[in-house]
Design a protein around this ligand. Structure first.
Ligand code: MN
Length: 502
């Protein structure tokens, strides 16, 4: 996973020479104090780096060019302590390629009522200075995050921290390599898409491999390596009796251990961060990689079934953004409904490939026939998701653009036990309710596949979509179907026209 410690966000304060050296020195000192405070708050996962106040078009251009070129700089925070005439920013903003946040804060929280004088007024000008900066960004049709409030307010720090994680996700997205074993599931539409456009918009490098390329790795795994890995399974999971040494399915488990080692090696050799499989393309493999895919997801890799590279990449990015936060993330599919009008819900699952990072308790390791694909009975982890707030995130290709769709969920305990269901699952209430939530998702064209996460909120995906400059729609507790349908229609027009405005 991405090493957060090496990543930096630059803090750039704008001003001009009009104020004279004394005021500008104070601006510098105040900015450095803010940066220090943000770093010491202990909430922001990357280092905020103070940059000296910029006062001329050249200084602004230089810092923007440097930020764009510096590999470890994943984003920029801008703030106008004083007034910084915004024509000075045009060149810099044109050159800046990193995501940026406009922090609309003020050094002092409170007005010093009895002390306030013109010196104070000449220094604490963000109320109007940041409006000038806001204009030029809007005039240039720049997507950026605006955060408002005092820099010591925990809610402001929280928003900066969240945006920092989005910037980390964006950084991970650039050059993110996805390995596809086999192609798209035959005749399936929604998992298809324009991979060239995905590389242009998100930076993803998506490459297909014959399953034979993976089989070569599988064949090289040694018995010792498999035996070592099996010991880990015994420690981490409740292994079914027939899966233990001497049991009739023990060898089926070892096959998945072999796949896991081979997959990890393949991914490491090619620097891949996400992968897809397709149960129709398994020539040379005796099982669909179930347990192996589950464990690779738990190790931070993105995964998509049936060739779904879009969800594989999104899951990887979500896992990167949420590193260290509470709550797991998994590939997911809306599988089966409970349509009792008094208690509607969705049973989310997949044939096998759900990530144990979302498990409520220790998963069970079992082997059962798949009933599809005509292969050997695969080993898989069985568990139920932890409960609480979650969301499904999906990316679709609308032909002229990508659309990111988020639906917030309330994950609850399954209403009854499911002793005959040998897969991992999650049971949730779709927000705002089943009728509106599912209809909105379907009108939006959302796929049956998602990246499901309990670690993030929709704001992360909204910011990510803004950085990528792709469409974003959210279905949550406030969704009104009538308005949502209009939003989809308006977006059609916006995305036809927006490029002409830039
Ligand atoms: Mn599927």
């Amino acid at each position: 996973m991405t090493d957060f410690d090496k990543k930096e966000i630059w803090f750039v304060t704008g001003s001009q020479h009009l104020y004279g050296p004394k005021t500008l020195q104070q601006v510098d000192e105040d900015s450095a104090t803010i940066v220090d405070g943000l770093n010491k708050a202990g909430k922001i996962p990357v280092k905020i780096v103070f940059k000296p106040v910029v006062k001329t078009p050249d200084e602004i251009l230089n810092v923007c060019v440097e930020a764009s070129a510096e590999k470890n700089c994943i984003g920029v925070i801008t703030w106008m302590h004083t007034f910084s005439p915004a024509k000075m920013w045009i060149g810099g903003l044109k050159a800046l390629t990193k995501p940026y946040m406009h922090l609309h804060t003020q050094f002092n929280r409170d007005l010093p009522w009895s002390e306030i004088d013109m010196d104070y007024m000449n220094l604490h000008q963000s109320a109007h200075g940041d409006r000038e900066f806001g204009f030029i960004n809007s005039r240039m049709r720049k997507n950026r995050k605006v955060v408002v409030g005092h820099w010591q307010d925990p809610q402001v720090v929280e928003q900066i921290a969240a945006w920092s994680r989005v910037a980390i996700g964006w950084d991970d997205s650039q050059g993110l390599k996805v390995a596809r074993f086999g192609d798209n599931m035959r005749e399936v539409a929604v998992t298809e898409g324009d991979k060239v456009e995905a590389q242009i918009k998100f930076g993803w490098q998506i490459s297909a491999f014959g399953v034979g390329d993976l089989v070569k790795y599988v064949e090289k795994v040694t018995e010792d390596e498999v035996a070592q890995l099996y010991k880990e399974y015994e420690e981490e999971y409740e292994v079914a009796t027939d899966c233990k040494p001497g049991g009739k399915y023990h060898d089926n488990v070892l096959v998945q251990a072999r796949y896991e080692i081979a997959l990890k090696r393949f991914m490491a050799d090619g620097n891949f961060k996400a992968f897809t499989t397709n149960f129709e393309n398994l020539t040379g493999l005796s099982q669909l990689p179930g347990l192996a895919s589950q464990r690779l997801m738990a190790a931070g890799y993105g995964f998509g079934a049936e060739g779904d590279w879009k969800q594989a990449a999104m899951l990887r990015i979500i896992k990167t953004m949420s590193k260290g936060l509470k709550g797991g993330s998994s590939f997911m599919e809306d599988y089966t409904y409970h349509l009792d009008p008094e208690n509607e819900g969705v049973l989310g699952a997949h044939m096998l490939e759900i990530c144990p990072s979302i498990a409520a308790k220790k998963p069970r390791l079992e082997v059962h026939p798949l009933g599809i694909g005509g292969k050997d009975a695969p080993a898989r982890l069985i568990f139920e998701s932890a409960t609480g707030a979650a969301m499904n995130v999906t990316l679709i290709d609308m032909g002229n653009r990508f659309r990111l769709i988020v639906n917030t969920l309330d994950v609850v305990e399954p209403l009854e036990k499911m002793p005959k269901l040998p897969v991992a699952s999650a049971f949730w209430k779709t927000l705002p309710n089943m009728a509106v939530g599912a209809a909105a998702w379907i009108y939006a064209g959302g796929t049956h596949h998602s990246a499901y996460t309990m670690a993030l909120t929709p704001e992360f995906i909204e910011s990510f979509a803004e950085i990528a400059d792709v469409e974003y729609v959210v279905i949550d507790k406030n969704t009104c179907l009538k308005e949502f349908k209009k939003e989809l229609k308006w977006n059609e027009i916006y995305y036809m026209l927006a490029n002409g405005l830039k």
